[in-house]
Design a protein around this ligand. Structure first.
Ligand code: 5GP
Length: 179
């Protein structure tokens, strides 16, 4: 698996720093609010788990599953909800946790949907932002780190469902997806 990685972009140490920083910030910003953290499956899982352990205020957890990639390396822009929330979001302060923001279409769509359903506030925490990829106007409030327009895997991010278990974020060698 390691042989398929061209180079490491975000190391395990850097990921730890990000989780500590964002966890402290979110705990401060949501003090006294009824925080509902919504993870977007499957990519959010390692980030969601590590980030939530750094949030020191009461919070609830829910998951949604959405897709826009369909096993390719560029977003289709067609956002599908594969698993919806099990609870009402009315008057809730929602923090969506996502692995990566690229075109912005997934998060813009889900943010607007949850606001339409009556959430009091909807913000996004993403481990990685690729601002050069944006095709819609969308700015996540909490960003772990910004990277260039590269296709990355690891720490929840996959290529054809593989590499999610790498403990760091790395750039996949082109020969893997040009096979
Ligand atoms: P967006 O709607 O912002 O274009 O895409 C968000 C989704 O695209 C992410 O949840 C993720 O599944 C996928 N994605 C975007 N960039 C990458 C990348 O570099 N690597 C991987 N593995 N997935 C990506």
């Amino acid at each position: 698996m390691q042989n398929d990685i061209k180079y490491v972009l975000v190391s395990e140490e850097k990921i730890d720093e990000i989780n500590n920083r964002l966890g402290a910030l979110i705990s401060k910003d949501y003090q006294g609010k009824q925080l509902l953290v919504v993870g977007l499956l499957k990519g959010c899982v390692p980030f969601m788990s590590d980030l939530c352990k750094k949030i020191t205020i009461p919070m609830e957890v829910e998951y949604m599953s959405v897709s826009s990639y369909h096993g390719n390396i560029s977003s289709s822009g067609d956002v599908k909800i594969k698993k919806d929330l099990d609870i009402s979001v009315k008057d809730r302060d929602i923090l969506i946790v996502e692995d990566i923001v690229d075109t912005g279409q997934t998060l813009k769509t889900i943010t607007e949907l949850l606001k339409y359903r009556g959430a009091r506030s909807v913000e996004v925490a993403t481990l990685i932002d690729k601002p050069e990829g944006r095709v819609v106007d969308f700015k996540p409030k909490y960003v772990g780190t910004t990277i260039p327009k590269e296709f990355v895997v690891g720490y929840g991010l996959d290529y054809n469902e593989l590499y999610r278990n790498l403990p760091y974020i790395g750039v996949l060698k082109e020969e893997i997806y040009n096979k």
